[in-house]
Design a protein around this ligand. Structure first.
Ligand code: ADP
Length: 278
């Protein structure tokens, strides 16, 4: 660990977190229990963490706790810390991209991307033309230049996810939370998006958590892959030495290599083991 890493608090830390929905009622449901982890802030690098596990095991709940969404936050017990401090609600240091296209239907692409800037305009000291310039830079980076005056319904699914990514990244979050962001896309578009997100990740140097049901996507994108157990969820297995980092390579080519397929096989076997422990 480098000295600079030691000085910084972890970017995200969970200490013995439990989340029980509807606690104290007959409908009480414990989604997470005994969940502890720490992810260090790697300056100038960031880290990509893939979260996989059976449906309903609490993967989205983990992201929602980090984000501080008030229908999930706070945890029933334990601590959720971001940069050493308890989360108090959503903030612009954390961006979120969901599976379903979450753009505002009545705003153009440009106005969708300026939305977060408009909310934080005073604290960021931005005027309209600066906001438009910043938004246009990100619209170009995600490959949507020329589409900025269109409305979401005029875009394909992949393009709509590009808007969602630009909307998050324009705020330069330190943490990017992605909840099955590419699940609704066809396979070629999914590869395109994997390529895009790895390219952009170099620029933002953020810590990324991605929930995915695709084991090959988890292995391709993740520096670490966490396998969450059945609810109440905790980290049943962690893989951090599966394949050498492949972020700069073409996802389609990487995913055809024998090494890659072996890694996917290892995680798939662990998934099967976790599934059978229901
Ligand atoms: P996953 O992402 O692994 O599929 P989730 O984290 O979405 O799982 O959900 C875990 C469990 O917690 C599910 O059974 C879900 O119904 C329940 N749950 C999630 N969010 C809420 C909520 N806001 N209120 C009540 N129950 C919830």
């Amino acid at each position: 660990m480098s000295p600079s890493t030691q000085e910084l608090p972890p970017i995200v830390e969970f200490r013995d977190v439990e989340k029980t929905f509807a606690a104290g009622t007959p409908k009480a449901y414990t989604a997470l229990k005994g969940l502890s982890f720490r992810v260090d802030d790697l300056p100038g690098v960031g880290e990509f963490i893939s979260v996989v596990g059976p449906s309903g095991c609490g993967k989205s709940t983990i992201l929602n706790l980090i984000q501080g969404f008030d229908d999930v936050y706070p945890p029933t017990s334990g601590d959720v810390l971001v940069r050493g401090k308890p989360v108090i609600g959503p903030g612009r240091d954390r961006g979120m991209v969901f599976q379903r296209y979450s753009s505002f239907p009545h705003r153009t692409v440009l106005r969708n991307v300026t939305f977060g800037l408009e909310i934080h305009r005073k604290e960021l000291g931005l005027n309209r033309s600066t906001m438009d310039d910043m938004a246009m830079q990100w619209i170009n980076k995600v490959g949507l230049g020329g589409h900025e005056r269109k409305y979401p319904h005029q875009l394909s699914g992949g393009q709509q996810q590009r808007v969602a990514i630009a909307r998050s990244l324009v705020l330069k979050p330190r943490i990017l939370l992605m909840d099955e962001p590419f699940s609704a896309l066809d396979e070629p578009t999914r590869y395109e998006m994997q390529r895009l997100i790895t390219q952009l990740w170099h620029e933002i140097e953020a810590t990324v958590f991605i929930v995915t049901h695709s084991i090959s996507e988890a292995v391709f994108l993740g520096d670490r892959v966490w396998m969450i157990s059945h609810a109440p969820g905790h980290i049943a297995r962690q893989f951090d030495d599966l394949v050498p980092p492949t972020h700069d390579e073409d996802p389609l080519l990487v995913q055809q290599s024998d090494d890659f397929k072996t890694s996917v096989g290892i995680v798939a076997k662990a998934f099967h083991d976790v599934e059978s422990q229901r």
